[in-house]
Structures are given as C-alpha cells and as structure tokens.
Design a binder for this molecule. Structure first.
Ligand code: SAM
Length: 250
C-alpha cells in the first residue's frame, strides 16, 4: 500500500513551510490540491514538479474514491489545501477518513494554521479554546451563533471574510457584553499583518473607521465569559445544606 501525507502549506509568507514538507512534496507520486493552478504556482516557488490532481469541496467524495484506489495500488500521495492545514475549514476529510478506514497509513506534516498562529500571538487564555470554523453568513444566524457562545468560559475563535467582518462585529456587539475582550488578527504572516486587541464596545467602530481593516483575511478570537458569569454548580452536600436552610425560611 502507499501512504497519504497531509501537508500544511503557508498562510501567506512563503517562508512558512517545513523542510520536510518540501522534501515530501518533491518525492510523492501525486499531489491532491484544492486549486491546482494556485498550488502549481506555489510548487514552482519551491522548485517542485509533481503531478497535481484536483480535490475540492465539490468533487471530494469522488476524488477520495479515485485516490484511495491509487493508494491501494501503492502510490504515495500528498494532500494540500490552498493555504494552511488541510481539513481545517478546508477539504480533505473524506479522503483522510477513507484512507484510515482502509488501514492505509496517514501521516501529518504540520505547519501553518491561521487559528493557531492567531491564538499564539493574541494574548488571550490558551489553556482551553474552541474553534468554530467560519461564522454564519446571515445576521440572524450569526446572532444565534454568538449567543450560543456567550457563556463559554474558554477562548473561542472563528474565521471571517473581509466582506462580513464589520457586520459580524456589529452583530456580536448586540448580543454579548460590551466589555468582552477580543482580538482581530488580519493578514497573518503577510506584509499588512495586523493584530488588534480591543473590546466589543470598540471593535466595530475601529474596523469601520479604517478601510484597511476591512481588507484581507481575518481570524477573530473572543475571550471566554468571566467566572462570575458562569452558572454555579453545587455539590450534593451544598445542595443538602441549602435545602435545609430554605426549609427554615419563613
Ligand atoms: N486551512 C487554513 C488554515 O489552516 O488556517 C484555513 C482555510 S480557510 C478556507 C481560509 C480562512 O482562514 C480565511 O478566510 C481566514 O479567515 C483564515 N485565514 C487564512 N489565512 C489567513 C491569514 N494569513 N491571516 C488571517 N486569517 C487567515
């Protein structure tokens, strides 16, 4: 059997790829990529000349079946996405799942990932966090999505498009406390990298007043709810004592 390599590529700065990733991309039989034209330009930069096949959101079930046959026949395949780590808000899940289910080895080549890069530089708590993918596209869905995260004690992170970042921050301001801290991480690793720590009361105005803050790629990180906002969980002993005290109340 062959082997499937899941290879992270840069999220902007072309220097952010590992030696091992370049070596692996140079020697695999086949590279499965989201956008073949985009990836060929990237490969050219590293002097890599391998056969590239397409695996994207709209063909991935069929492409996974084809690639599985090739893995069974002994080929080695690298899976890449347009940027960052495959399967993180990117295609590849059916292929990885099918390969693993078939008992064929799947090996990760770690590297850039926008959410981890943003988290590492945001200055928000990192011991527990949740990644929420892309925020929904409509305002009402976004408000429900933000409300559902309101009591989470952990830092939460989502991806947002430049077309919706302002609307998203405005919606968030309507449903979450104004003092909640958040970090807007934009164009990470690129020329116009910007990482701003602010509060919800100020975030939308900050983005609205600067057109540059409405361009590029965004990760938004929101601090978890403070402990005082968390529902209190009583131990059974505390419940028993509280129960008997309440019985004594007039
Ligand atoms: N697989 C990628 C990863 O590992 O981060 C994410 C792919 S997802 C389709 C693309 C989204 O990731 C963008 O819309 C943006 O929200 C975020 N993103 C990607 N590159 C970024 C960057 N350089 N700076 C900020 N956000 C970025």
């Amino acid at each position: 059997c062959g082997k499937l390599y899941v290879v992270a590529t840069p999220i902007g700065n072309l220097g952010d790829i590992s030696y091992r990733a370049v070596e692996t991309l140079k020697r695999v039989d086949l590279i499965a990529a989201e956008d073949t034209r985009h990836i060929k330009a990237l490969l050219q930069h590293y002097g890599i000349n391998r056969k590239v096949v397409s695996l994207h959101q709209h063909n991935e079930e069929r492409a996974a079946a084809d690639l599985l046959e090739k893995l069974r026949a002994g080929l080695s395949i690298a899976l890449v996405s347009d940027a960052g780590t495959p399967l993180v808000s990117d295609p590849g899940m059916p292929l990885v799942q099918a390969t693993r289910d078939a008992g064929i080895e799947v090996s990760p080549l770690p590297g850039a990932c926008a959410l981890i890069a943003a988290l590492s530089a945001a200055g928000l708590p990192t011991s527990r966090f949740s990644f929420e993918g892309f925020a929904p596209r409509t305002s009402s869905e976004r408000k429900s999505f933000f409300k559902a995260k309101a009591d989470s004690p952990d830092t939460w992170i989502f991806y947002e498009s430049c077309h919706r970042v302002l609307a998203s921050l405005q919606d968030m301001k309507e449903v979450l406390p104004p003092e909640r801290r958040l970090v807007i991480a934009r164009e990470l690793t690129k020329l116009h990298e910007t990482i701003v720590k602010t509060t919800l009361s100020e975030a939308a105005a900050l983005v609205e007043s600067d057109r540059n803050m409405q361009k590029g790629e965004f990760v938004i990180l929101v601090e978890g709810a403070p402990k005082s906002d968390q529902p209190v969980e009583l131990t059974s002993e505390q419940e028993r004592v509280l129960g008997s005290l309440l019985k004594e109340c007039p």
